[in-house]
Design a protein. Structure first.
Length: 163
C-alpha cells in the first residue's frame, strides 16, 4: 500500500502563490492597474459644469411615427405593424363615432356597422381579425382600414351638413 512516506514531497516544502507564478506576472498586473487608473482619471474628469437642458424635450409626432415605422419595417414584423394600425384605427373611429376612449373593438364595429349599413361580421374581422402574416396582407389591411375610416368620416360629415 502506498503511503505519504513513499512520496518525494516533504512537509516543510510548502510553496506560496508567488513561487508558483512566473516572474513576469507581477509587473504585468501592476502595469494593468496603472493603465486602469490612468483611464479612469482620463475619462472620469469633467471639463466644467454640466450643461443644463430644459426637459422634457419635445419631439414632433411625425418624427416619432416615422421612427417607429422604420423600426417596424427593419424588424419585418407584419403582425405587430398590423396590430398598431388596427389600434390607431379603432381609436380614431371611436372618437369619430362619439364613443368613449375605452371603447372595445366590438363596440366600434357595431357603431360603424350601424352608421354604414355594413354587416357586423365583416367589420369584426377587419378590426379584430387575424394578424397579417406578410407585407402584402399588411398593405391590404391598411388599405381596407383607411377606406373604412374615410367612409365613416363621409357619413359623419353629411350628418353635420343636414339642417
Amino acid at each position: 500500500m502506498p503511503s505519504f512516506a513513499d512520496s518525494d514531497i516533504s512537509p516543510d516544502d510548502e510553496q506560496t502563490l508567488g513561487d508558483l507564478t512566473p516572474d513576469w506576472v507581477t509587473p504585468a498586473i501592476l502595469m494593468l492597474l496603472l493603465a486602469g487608473l490612468a483611464a479612469i482619471w482620463w475619462r472620469g474628469r469633467r471639463f466644467g459644469p454640466l450643461v443644463a437642458e430644459s426637459l422634457p424635450v419635445t419631439v414632433r409626432a411625425s418624427e416619432t411615427m416615422q421612427g417607429r415605422a422604420r423600426l417596424t419595417a427593419k424588424a419585418a414584423d407584419a403582425a405587430h405593424a398590423g396590430a398598431s394600425i388596427r389600434t390607431g384605427t379603432v381609436g380614431r373611429l371611436a372618437a369619430r363615432l362619439a364613443l368613449g376612449p375605452r371603447a372595445v373593438v366590438e363596440e366600434v364595429a357595431d357603431a360603424a356597422s350601424d352608421r354604414l349599413g355594413v354587416p357586423r361580421t365583416s367589420l369584426y374581422d377587419l378590426l379584430g381579425g387575424p394578424a397579417p402574416q406578410d407585407d402584402h396582407e399588411l398593405i391590404d389591411l391598411a388599405r381596407r382600414l383607411a377606406e373604412l375610416e374615410t367612409a365613416v368620416e363621409n357619413t359623419v360629415r353629411t350628418e353635420r351638413k343636414r339642417p
